[in-house]
Design a protein around this ligand. Structure first.
Ligand code: GRF
Length: 212
């Protein structure tokens, strides 16, 4: 499966995916890693792994529309079967989401549909939630809104803070993202008319993995 990864930052999820490709757990052909920030640390990780990197300097475009159009054209020219959003911090325009519908996955640091958007760890603590985690979902035009495929859940302790729950969330992210990708290319997972299907049935609730 030909894949590209879109990042903006450190790329630790990208690293977990690269590691899983290298050990033979993931059988995908990650042909390019694209970033809207040319200095993103994740691009260095990709280079080190021998993957082509494309750093797009967002600030050199006249406006957001021009940048988005360039990105869409770039991705279309690669024609990937899978687009892995891995800490890509810009909202993709509707045209992009529609054009590549069913081919885009995202990982989000909360138990969606709770806490879409930013600062999820702080919001979870502010609300005194007992459980937190991460979600992988198909991407549609609604922010963090497509069908949820898999989640990692863990319990929050009274000693936890944003740093500690971030670490626990990331540990889960590295596990569940590769699982979702594997299910997709194994064709256990699919996307039709806005819905996710798993082993032939509609996936009405995400698969859940608990902290061990
Ligand atoms: C992760 O927490 C992911 O859930 C969110 O952005 C962060 C990316 O981190 N979408 P990294 O760049 O993979 O380290």
């Amino acid at each position: 499966m030909k894949a590209v990864c879109l990042i903006s930052g450190t790329g630790t999820n990208l690293q977990a995916i690269i590691n899983n490709i290298e050990i033979g757990y993931l059988n995908i052909d990650l042909v390019s890693v694209i970033s809207d920030k040319p200095n993103a640390e994740g691009l260095k990780r990709a280079k080190k792994a021998g993957i082509k990197t494309i750093g797009i300097d967002f600030t050199s475009y006249a406006d957001r529309f021009e940048y988005d159009a360039f990105l869409e054209k770039k991705v279309a020219s690669i024609d990937p079967e899978l687009i892995i959003l891995s800490g890509y911090m810009k909202i993709l325009p509707t045209s992009f989401c529609k054009r590549f519908s069913g081919r885009i996955l995202n990982i989000h640091p909360s138990l969606l549909p709770k806490y879409k958007g930013l600062n999820t760890h702080q919001r979870v603590l502010d609300n005194k939630d007992d459980i937190h985690g991460a979600s992988v979902h198909f991407v549609n035009a609604e922010l963090d809104g497509g069908p949820i495929i898999i989640q990692y859940h863990f319990k929050i302790n009274e000693n936890d803070n944003t740093d500690s729950i971030k670490k626990k969330t990331q540990k889960g992210e590295y596990l569940i993202y590769s699982k979702a990708i594997k299910w997709l290319y194994e064709k256990r997972l699919s996307f039709e008319l806005g819905k996710a299907f798993f082993d032939g049935s509609e996936l009405k609730n995400p698969k859940i993995f608990f902290e061990d």
